[in-house]
Design a protein around this ligand. Structure first.
Ligand code: HH2
Length: 286
């Protein structure tokens, strides 16, 4: 059984692990505008934990496909730090990750007790990020992307000969960068970055290609929730209405080797993944 070490906690990856998304951004693609006050954030996190979330992932900067506006570190800290403090005070058992690519933000939230950093640039965009995570013994999600915050969710860098092979090589490079900075192997998990510098066909290919990414030796996390490729297949244009398509993506990803899932609709993810997991286990034991 593999594990994910996040500071003083060990998350057992012997069943699907669900990360509930808590956006404190004005412009995220599916739930932007819910500018969470710390009280509202605690209420939403409490609900997600009751529905089966193992981790809450707090994000203060959107990387949405059209018109993502980078925010500076001070503004991002002003959004996420009060929320991290409130979560740690109100829900001390909860594992908190923070979605950021800036070392200054990581430093502030880790000092306030966050457990993990979810870096959609896989340590690429801020040269101080790896060292910051290493110093705090933080868990790190290394997500594949190309480009900067403004264009990483567009198609300008979506040029691949073999998308699975190239994502594997770029994630291997990120793992090496983490190791070189002193991040423990068991603190890192890998994410193919569905929708990031990937057209629909690329997102499908990396999900189908998860077994090749598993060869890198770390647990795989998938963020498919409500994403564009699901709308392309189902013709559901409203992201918040893509829950059924999301369930399909989750179950397929689980079968292909994903073990951690970053989701908006926690209850749907928890129940569908638990049932799919029980079937897979029964098959493995038969
Ligand atoms: N997707 C988004 C943000 N962070 N982190 C990981 N590890 N994997 C993902 O696939 C991923 C991620 C999407 O970004 P955004 O447009 O900000 O929307 P939301 O946070 O609502 O998913």
């Amino acid at each position: 059984m593999s594990t994910w070490h996040v500071r003083d906690r060990v998350i057992r990856v012997d069943r699907p692990v669900v990360l509930g998304i808590l956006n404190v951004t004005p412009d995220s693609f599916s739930d932007g505008g819910n500018f969470f006050s710390p009280d509202a954030a605690v209420a939403h996190a409490t609900r997600m934990v009751a529905e089966g979330a193992d981790v809450v992932d707090v994000g203060g900067e959107s990387t949405r496909p059209q018109g993502a506006v980078p925010v500076d570190a001070a503004a991002e800290i002003a959004r996420v730090l009060p929320v991290v403090r409130a979560l740690r005070a109100a829900l001390p058992e909860l594992v908190v990750s923070v979605d950021t690519n800036k070392a200054a933000v990581a430093e502030a939230v880790l000092a306030a007790g966050a457990h993990a950093i979810n870096d959609v640039s896989a340590l690429r965009l801020d040269p101080a990020m790896a060292d910051t995570c290493a110093r705090h013994g933080a868990g790190v999600i290394l997500m594949h992307s190309r480009g900067g915050v403004r264009d990483m969710a567009t198609f300008v860098h979506a040029t691949y000969a073999d998308v699975v092979d190239e994502v594997a090589r770029e994630l291997a490079r990120a793992l090496d960068a983490g190791r070189a900075a002193g991040i423990a192997d068991d603190a890192m998990v890998l994410d193919p970055g569905v929708g990031f510098a990937k057209r629909g066909e690329h997102s499908l290919a990396v999900l189908a290609g998860l077994p090749r990414l598993a060869a890198l030796g770390r647990p795989l996390l998938v963020g498919a929730s409500r994403k564009r490729f699901i709308g392309e297949i189902t013709h559901v244009t409203e992201p918040a209405a893509r829950v059924h398509g999301t369930t399909g993506a989750h179950v397929a990803a689980l079968c292909a080797g994903a073990r951690l899932f970053r989701v908006h609709d926690v209850r749907a993810a928890r129940e569908s993944l638990d049932v799919a997991w029980a079937v897979l286990r029964a098959g493995a034991e038969a």
